[in-house]
Design a protein around this ligand. Structure first.
Ligand code: ATP
Ligand code: MN
Length: 464
C-alpha cells in the first residue's frame, strides 16, 4: 500500500536531497543521450513525477518494458529539476517493473484519445489526465456534500434502494424480480403474473428517489438528507440523463419554499467554493482543455444572487422572446431544455429558480397554492445544463393531499403511511433533489454526463 507520505502528490513537495521510493503507472518514456525520462502518475494529483534514470542504472531489456500503462517502482533521491513544469524530480537509482503493459496491445497509448474512445476502455480511462481530474473532483464534491450538511446539524439517512412502492411518479422504474422470467407463475383466473410468489410478495423496483422516506425521517429528526444511488429507466439518450445516478435529497421540517430556496442556493455556492479551494489544479486543467470560461463562471455563480422567477413570469418572458421554439411555449406546458437554457444563458446569465409551476406538470405531493392551479415547486436552472435541482414545499394538509391523490387516479391505500405523516404530528416541510452528476458536470465543465460517473449506465450500456 502506498502511504500518503509516499504519494506522488507528497513527493513533489519534498526538498531536494530526500531519499524516496515512488510507485505508479507510466505515462510516457523518452530516451535521450543515455538518460531515460519516465513520467509516472499514481492518481494522487494531476502532475506526473518525472523520473530521470541514467542508462547504466537499469538493463536495456528492463527499460524496454517501461512503456505507457506499465506499473513501476523506483528508488532514488529527489533532486532539483532543471526542466520546466516541475520544481523537483526523482533521480532513480533502481527500478523494478511491477506490471508490464505490452504496447502492441495496451489500448491507451500516449496520443490523446477522444472521450468517446476512452468510454470504451472504462477499465483504463481512470489513468488518463482527464479522468484522474474528474474523479478527484468527484471525491472532493462528495465529501463537501456531507461536510455542508453535517456542519448544519442535518442527519444522514440511508433510504432504501429496493422499493415496492411504484408511486413516486418521478420516472420510469426498473423492476426487480426473482421469478423465472421464462416461466413465471400465473394467476389461474386472469393469466396475469402472480407476484404473490415473487421475493417480496408483490412487484418490486429500484428506487427513483428517497424523498418519501426522507419525509418520514424529517418528521422525526427535523433536518435530514439522503445521498445515494437512484435508478431511472429513462429511454432517452441525452448528455444529461443516466439510468443510474446519485442524488442528494435534503428534507426539512418547519421549512417553507423560501427556506428551501435559500438552502439550495447556499448549498450550490458552498459546493462550488469547496471544489475551487480544494481542486484548483484539476479545475485549471478542465478550463485549459475543455471549458475556457469555467473558473469565471464558477466564481460568478458563487458570488451572485440566484434569480427567483414564478413560472407564470417565465412563460411571459419566453413567449415574448423573438425566436422559434422547438417545443411550444404556453401556460401549462413544462419548460424544455431550450427554454431553461434561454432563461439562464440569455435572459439572466446566472442560475434561475423557477417557482410555482402548474400542478398538472408536477408531482402529487407538492403543496397547492391558494390559486388552486399552481404548486409550491422550485426548479433550479443553471447556465449550460438546465435543471440541476428539483424541489418543493410538501402538501402537509391531509384533505388537500387526499383530494390530489384521487384527482390523479392514484390509490389512497398505496399511500397509507404517507398520509399518516399528515394525520399524526404533521407540519410544514420542504426538500429538494440535486443530481450529483449534474453538479459534477457543472463544476468540471464536462459536457456529457457519462464522463463524470465512474461506470455510466445508459440504454444499451452497462459494461464494467
Ligand atoms: P429532468 O427534467 O432533467 O429529466 P427531472 O425533472 O426528471 O429532471 P427530478 O425528478 O426533479 O428530475 O430529480 C431531481 C434531480 O435529479 C434533477 O434536478 C436532476 O439534477 C437529477 N436527475 C434527474 N434525472 C436524472 C438522470 N436520469 N440522470 C442524472 N440526473 C438526473
Ligand atoms: Mn426526468
Amino acid at each position: 500500500m502506498i502511504k500518503s507520505h509516499e504519494s506522488i502528490r507528497n513527493l513533489l513537495q519534498l526538498a531536494p536531497g530526500t531519499a524516496v521510493t515512488a510507485r505508479g503507472w507510466v505515462k510516457t518514456r523518452r530516451d535521450s543521450k543515455g538518460v531515460h525520462f519516465i513520467q509516472i502518475n499514481d492518481g494522487s494529483c494531476l502532475k506526473d513525477l518525472q523520473v530521470v534514470m541514467e542508462a547504466d542504472r537499469a538493463p536495456a531489456d528492463l527499460i524496454a518494458k517501461v512503456t505507457t500503462g506499465a506499473c513501476i517502482r523506483v528508488e532514488g533521491e529527489m533532486v532539483e529539476s532543471p526542466g520546466k513544469g516541475q520544481a523537483v524530480e526523482l533521480r532513480g537509482h533502481s527500478l523494478e517493473l511491477l506490471g508490464a503493459a505490452p504496447p502492441e496491445s495496451y489500448p491507451l497509448q500516449k496520443k490523446k484519445h477522444t472521450l468517446e474512445t476512452l468510454r470504451e476502455f472504462g477499465h483504463f480511462r481512470a489513468r488518463s489526465n482527464t479522468f484522474g481530474a474528474v474523479f478527484r473532483v468527484r471525491n472532493a464534491l462528495a465529501f463537501a456534500v456531507h461536510k455542508f450538511f453535517q456542519e448544519r446539524g442535518f442527519l444522514y439517512v440511508h433510504t432504501p434502494i429496493l422499493t415496492t412502492s411504484d408511486a413516486e411518479g418521478a420516472g420510469a422504474m426498473f423492476q426487480v424480480t426473482t421469478l423465472d422470467l421464462s416461466n413465471p407463475p400465473r394467476l389461474p383466473t386472469t393469466g396475469a403474473i402472480d407476484y404473490s410468489q415473487d421475493f417480496f410478495g408483490k412487484p418490486a423496483y429500484l428506487t427513483v428517489s428517497g424523498q418519501l422516506e426522507a419525509e418520514i425521517f424529517a418528521l422525526a429528526f427535523s433536518n435530514v438528507y439522503t445521498f445515494g444511488p437512484t435508478f431511472r429507466a429513462e429511454n432517452s439518450n441525452t448528455p444529461r440523463h443516466l439510468a443510474e445516478f446519485w442524488m442528494i435529497e435534503p428534507e426539512m421540517a418547519f421549512c417553507d419554499l423560501t427556506g428551501n430556496m435559500e438552502l439550495a442556493e447556499e448549498f450550490l455556492k458552498y459546493l462550488i467554493t469547496y471544489v475551487m479551494d480544494h481542486c484548483a489544479a484539476d479545475l485549471e486543467f478542465f478550463q485549459q482543455r475543455y471549458e475556457p470560461d469555467l473558473l469565471a463562471t464558477l466564481e460568478h455563480v458563487a458570488s451572485s444572487d440566484f434569480v427567483r422567477l414564478p413560472y407564470t413570469e417565465a412563460v411571459k418572458i419566453l413567449s415574448q422572446a423573438s425566436r422559434q421554439w422547438e417545443f411550444p411555449v404556453a401556460w401549462g406546458n413544462d419548460l424544455q431544455s431550450e427554454h431553461e437554457r434561454y432563461l439562464t444563458e440569455e435572459t439572466f446569465r446566472k442560475p434561475v429558480i423557477v417557482t410555482d409551476y402548474p400542478k398538472q406538470i408536477k408531482a402529487f405531493y407538492m403543496r397547492l397554492n391558494e390559486d388552486g392551479k399552481t404548486v409550491r415547486a422550485m426548479d433550479v436552472l443553471a447556465p449550460g445544463i438546465g435543471e440541476i435541482i428539483g424541489g418543493s414545499q410538501r402538501e402537509e394538509r391531509e384533505e388537500v393531499l387526499v383530494a390530489r391523490i384521487r384527482e390523479l387516479g392514484l390509490k389512497e391505500e398505496d399511500y397509507w403511511w404517507y398520509l399518516d405523516l399528515r394525520r399524526y404530528g404533521g407540519v410544514e416541510h420542504s426538500g429538494f433533489g440535486l443530481g450529483f452528476e449534474r453538479m459534477m458536470m457543472y463544476v468540471t465543465g464536462m459536457k456529457n454526463i457519462r464522463d463524470v460517473i465512474p461506470f455510466p449506465r445508459t440504454p444499451g450500456h452497462a459494461d464494467f
